[in-house]
Write a protein that binds this ligand. Sequence first.
Ligand SMILES: [Ca+2]
Ligand SMILES: [Ca+2]
Ligand SMILES: [Ca+2]
Length: 167
Amino acid sequence: MGTNSSGGALVLYDCPIAKIINGSFSDNQSPAGAALAFTQYSETCSVTLSNGVFWGNSPQKLITSGPSLSVTNSCVQQLTSGPGNVVLSASPFVDADGADGTAGTADNDLQLLANACVNASDSSALPQDAYDLDGDGITAEPVPYDVAGQSRVVNGALDMGAYESRY
Ligand SMILES: [Ca+2]
Ligand SMILES: [Ca+2]
Ligand SMILES: [Ca+2]
């Protein structure tokens, strides 16, 4: 969650070649690209969003414009072409602004409700466990944990977003 003049959550400068995998973007506000913005880009740049969840960002739901942008296997609030995307009609999160009703504070819960974002993303997009987070001596395996330190893949299939649900 963020508020910025350009790119509420993230601004990519110059010619980004970026892959953003399993991110959860909620309640970001910016006049230029609510969740993401790009500056000084050219159309030869390439940004891939895979397995993400985007909800409640405003005024634009995702971005206004940018380089070649590929959105795949993500839960989105507006129609986005690309394989595996799911268009949401309600918040996918347990409680995005928490008990205090304010986004971006410690009581927010961006874990997934039982919905179409669960078990519907692409585990082959997960990065390698380069830092051997699970200490098994194997780096040539997918990242084993979600953002909360729980198992990254549960019930045999990867969820969209930063938190893996128990569903
Ligand atoms: Ca809150
Ligand atoms: Ca490992
Ligand atoms: Ca799962």
